[in-house]
Design a protein around this ligand. Structure first.
Ligand code: AVI
Length: 336
């Protein structure tokens, strides 16, 4: 054992790093580690890249179908909730459309980080925002209905109060099938018959969507995704006093056909040892040349896989909106 200078480590980051890098043959780091301040900025940049078709395709679907989506909810006394509250642009399209149908609207974004609650900055006449900071996978959260006593004034006579829950941006794709089921199953527990879910998911390769298109979305020419992936090592250097040499690791995006997912890895370009000091020892992490750290999965769904996921979580898919080349799908599902 070597004595090391105590490091003011974030316990959760340290735990993830040591578990992921020392306990199994395939080294891993969890994707939530991407999203420090710089990582969140890099992700925003990714969403504007020409290769990253997901965000602009989903936004176009919102713009084209917001009214259809809302008319299928059959209520003019709606509240909109969002898991992983993402971008004000996409959600804003739907909030504006809802406010054309009803004078007041409650919007409840739920996200693990308060700084990520981007749509909070939306100010629209008639809009009330109740943000909630919660990890929607592991923690409890609450969804309020328009006629809850706390929300007097939001209830309109004659129309049944409904919740429309959004889970968009293909965020579901970053979870394993089991976790995805848990997230939707938990959400279903918060909903009542007549409520709805709008799920935004990236579709699997097909005749009009080559694997190369998906791969380039995760390995862009400008290197923004590479910087995003490598930033996880910068974070470990800064927060744990680790000594990753960023020039000795390279970003890799791979298509895993058996799992229908893009995998992001960081490949060690040579044999090397990285150290992470803790209060009572220095951890030595050995890498062979070509060995990788698996940092993210991004599942791509067939329409059948989406139907199975939704029905297994007690939702009934009622309508799907997708672009002409079947790149991305917005699926509206109801609770029976
Ligand atoms: C946040 N999530 C849906 C993105 C995705 O496409 O899986 C994260 C990302 N990773 C690399 N580029 C974007």
């Amino acid at each position: 054992m070597t004595t090391a200078t105590p490091v003011p480590a974030n316990e959760a980051v340290l735990h993830e790093a040591l578990t992921g890098l020392t306990t199994a043959p395939q080294k891993t780091l969890p994707p939530w580690l991407f999203y420090d301040e710089r990582g969140s900025r890099l992700f925003e940049q990714i969403t504007t890249l020409p290769e990253y078709y997901l965000t602009r395709t989903e936004r176009a679907l919102f713009a084209a179908h917001a009214d259809d989506i809302l008319s299928t909810t059959t209520s003019d006394n709606l509240t909109i909730a969002e898991l992983g509250a993402g971008t004000a642009t996409k959600t804003g399209i739907l909030l504006r459309a809802a406010l054309r149908r009803q004078p007041k609207l409650l919007y409840q974004p739920i996200d693990v980080s308060s700084s990520a609650l981007a749509a909070e900055s939306l100010t629209l006449p008639g809009l009330t925002i109740h943000p909630q900071v919660a990890n929607y996978i592991t923690e409890r959260y609450t969804l309020q209905r328009p006629d809850s006593p706390k929300l007097e004034g939001h209830s309109e006579q004659g129309s049944r109060p409904r919740i429309l829950a959004l889970y968009i941006g293909s965020s579901i794709g970053n979870f394993s099938p089991t976790e995805a089921h848990t997230i939707l199953h938990n959400l279903r527990q918060h909903l009542q018959p007549g409520d709805a879910l709008l799920l935004g998911a990236d579709l699997a390769p097909g005749p009009q969507k080559p694997i190369a298109t998906i791969l380039s979305a995760y390995d862009d020419a400008a290197g923004v995704t590479a910087a995003f992936n490598l930033n996880i090592l910068t974070r470990l250097n800064r927060e744990l006093d680790a000594d990753f040499n960023l020039a000795a690791f390279a970003h890799r995006a791979r298509w895993n056909a058996a799992e229908s997912r893009i995998e992001m890895h960081l490949e060690s370009l040579r044999p090397q040892t990285v150290t992470i000091p803790t209060n009572d020892e220095i951890h030595h992490i050995a890498f062979e040349q070509g060995e990788t750290i698996h940092t993210e999965n991004s599942y791509k769904f067939t329409p059948e896989a989406l139907t199975t996921l939704l029905t297994n979580s007690n939702f009934t898919p009622t309508r799907t909106f997708h672009d002409p080349t079947q790149t991305f799908a917005l699926t509206l599902a109801h609770t029976l």
